[in-house]
Design a binder for this molecule. Structure first.
Ligand code: NAD
Length: 257
């Protein structure tokens, strides 16, 4: 039984990943924003999925000391930390000349720096036990750009650099670090940006879905949360021990073009 920390796991992709690891019998540390009642309902539902226990820690990914406390609390409760899934993220879509500087700062902090703080706090534990799995939920936007997403694209490209560096530092200690690079997944993060994209591009929301979002993906289908979760579970397995420093697209062919 492993202990798996998933940042931003109260919703969307992170929640799906937490469910998959809980179903596989592992201890889970849930994290993210939301109402206390909803979070407790999620926590207790996940605790019923498998043999492991589920702890919620409300660390704000903007706050390095809270992220460090998340790792310390998880290690104290479960005796170890084995798998880190750096997933928390936000988006803002706007022309660079109108892009609010505070949105830039928040996106870099939540989508990139929080992973640094998480890994930094947990690395001594992973090195000591000579086993660890670090998985980042980056994006196709870690590999290619789209207009109006300057902060997000910069953060996700930066994430790939962080993951490659950590892969090299952990390579002789049984630690792998990889980035999953999903294309579009229908979660609250994407639903929220459809209206903003429509405004930025002067298009209807329906046209944004068909002409911008699914147009990017040759399969013309959204990626499913369960598909990303299955890849994360595989990357955490011993069979994936030689996959490290990789950026793995799951984008319906988007970045093959
Ligand atoms: P989502 O909005 O459904 O979930 C985001 C999660 O992050 C939530 O649990 C939220 O509470 C948490 N979060 C946000 N700000 C936080 C903060 N300050 N502190 C702690 N937690 C915070 O979004 P999602 O689509 O599931 O996105 C998850 C990750 O996947 C993000 O990194 C995103 O960039 C990436 N991603 C998403 C897509 C997509 O199409 N949805 C595609 C590629 C990559």
């Amino acid at each position: 039984m492993k202990t798996v920390i998933v940042t931003g796991s109260t919703s969307g992709i992170g929640l799906g990943i937490a469910e998959a690891f809980a179903s596989a019998g592992h201890n889970i540390v849930l994290n993210g924003l939301g109402s206390a009642a909803e979070i407790e309902a999620t926590r207790s539902r996940l605790a019923g999925l498998g043999a492991g226990d589920v702890l919620f820690h409300g660390a704000n990914m903007l706050k390095p000391d809270e992220i460090a406390d998340l790792v310390t609390t998880a290690a104290a409760k479960f005796g170890s930390v084995d798998v880190l899934v750096a997933n928390a993220g936000i988006q803002h879509v706007e022309k660079i000349e109108d892009f609010p500087p505070e949105k830039w700062d928040a996106i870099i902090a939540i989508n990139l720096s929080s992973a640094f703080h998480l890994i930094r706090a947990a690395m001594p534990i992973l090195k000591e036990q000579k086993w660890g799995r670090i998985i980042s939920i980056a994006s196709a936007h870690g590999l290619v750009a789209s207009p109006y997403k300057s902060a997000y694209v910069a953060a996700k490209h930066g994430m790939l650099g962080l993951i490659k560096t950590v892969a090299l530092e952990g390579a002789e200690c049984g630690i792998t670090a990889n980035a999953i690079c999903p294309g579009y997944v229908e979660t609250p993060l994407v639903t929220g940006q459809i209206a903003d994209t429509a405004k930025a591009r002067d298009m209807s929301e329906e046209d944004v879905i068909n002409e911008v979002i699914l147009k990017a993906q040759p399969t013309r289908q959204f990626v499913q949360v369960s598909q990303i979760a299955a890849l994360a579970v595989y990357l955490a397995s011993d069979q994936a021990a030689q996959i490290t420093g990789a950026a793995l697209p799951m984008d319906g062919g988007w970045t093959a073009q």
